[in-house]
Write a protein of this length. Structure first.
Length: 365
């Protein structure tokens, strides 16, 4: 996972990151997770909070209203009830340019930074003055020859500054800035370490069904080998409910969350929506098989706010004939007395990024 050296304003520590909270700002809500160590390689979920965002606070992954975002973060932190004021946040993958390059090994850090800057100049379509640049040495290059493979990541400064400003408005300090896809991958590794039957060496399809976008990513040996996005998500279901039962969107969203909908909601509204999601998954698999050397997948992992929709897991498994499960990165963790286990299981699929960010507390560097 990416180790940040994003800007002088962040106090990145070489030894161990101080206590922090994972804070994920999605298009529809702020999610916070606090995880503590409960023994050697044993973790405990201390607390978590989910706070809805006002409409259009986040548009296309960008914070359009910093004040509204700051207020929502403040409410989430209050509901969380934690004394910790440090947060790890993440940028959407679309806001980050990444590139793997091969550089000479055995360099001092200053030399490596100079080489990274000159490589970045070739690949980044902005002036380096306008971006925050970061890199991580992934390991020896495939060719050997005393070379190393380096991951370079860059993002426009304003993308980072908007998130930092929203956290500051809530009285919180951003000490880590990650990328959502890497944070989610960290949470996926926790699932692999558990009793889910999923291994890192398997070919696993992660289907993240958010409020506005469904992202399909395929992971193999810890690497993302395919991604696809479709403009369908939970907001579409809310609109379908509003139309079917002639109610305002806000009322439809509330009714969807608490389950207070007429009996014909299941067959008339939910089942057709599930069909659309399954169709998108099948299309993504077809594109994956035709555009890569892979011809089968081992698992489909459902994440995001819609992962727990009634009947979806079973429909995906039946139509694709692939082992399908709903994500729960907390399954092997201890839970504090403040956590309601059943509610956490329901919320877990939408907490993948926040969980991965909370785990940054235990990074060795």
């Amino acid at each position: 996972m990416l180790k940040e050296k994003l800007a002088d304003q962040f106090d990145f520590l070489k030894a161990k990151t101080p206590p922090l909270i994972g804070c994920d700002i999605s298009s529809s809500s702020v999610k916070m997770v606090e995880i503590a160590e409960a023994g050697r390689n044993v973790y405990r979920v201390e607390r978590y909070a989910i706070e809805p965002l006002p409409k259009d606070t986040v548009v296309d992954g960008n914070i359009a209203n910093i004040e509204a975002a700051g207020e929502a973060i403040k409410r989430a932190h209050k509901n969380l009830g934690s004394r910790i004021k440090n947060v790890a946040m993440a940028l959407p993958a679309a806001a980050v340019i990444t590139k793997k390059v091969i550089l000479p090994g055995n360099q001092r850090e200053e030399e490596m930074e100079g080489n990274v800057q000159s490589e970045a100049n070739q690949y980044i379509p902005f002036s380096l003055d306008e971006v925050n640049l970061d890199f991580q040495v992934l390991g020896p290059a495939p060719s050997g020859d005393d070379e190393v493979e380096v991951l370079i990541a860059a993002s426009r400064k304003e993308k980072i500054e908007d998130r930092v400003a929203a956290a500051e408005a809530a009285g919180l300090k951003t000490i880590v800035m990650d990328v959502e896809s890497y944070a989610s991958q960290c949470a996926f590794e926790l699932i692999c370490e558990g009793s889910s039957g999923v291994k890192e060496s398997d070919v696993t399809v992660i289907v993240d069904i958010g409020a506005t976008v469904t992202r399909v990513s395929v992971l193999h040996n810890g690497q993302t080998v395919y991604t696809r996005e479709q403009q369908i998500g939970g907001n579409q279901l809310t609109q379908d409910i509003a139309r079917a039962f002639d109610m305002p969107p806000e009322e439809a969203e509330a009714a969807k969350r608490v389950g207070s909908l007429p009996e014909n909601y299941g067959p008339d509204v939910l089942a057709p929506f599930n069909e659309k999601i399954v169709l998108e998954i099948q299309r993504a698999l077809q594109f994956f098989f035709t555009s890569t050397q892979f011809n089968k997948v081992d698992h489909i992992l459902l994440t995001g706010g819609c992962a727990m929709l009634d009947g979806l897991e079973e429909m995906v498994a039946q139509r694709t004939q692939v082992h399908t499960l709903v994500a729960n990165p907390f399954a092997n963790m201890a839970l504090s007395s403040k956590i309601k286990p059943r509610q956490l299981t329901l919320d877990a699929p939408s907490l993948m990024v926040a969980c991965g960010l909370a785990m940054r507390r235990f990074d060795p560097s």
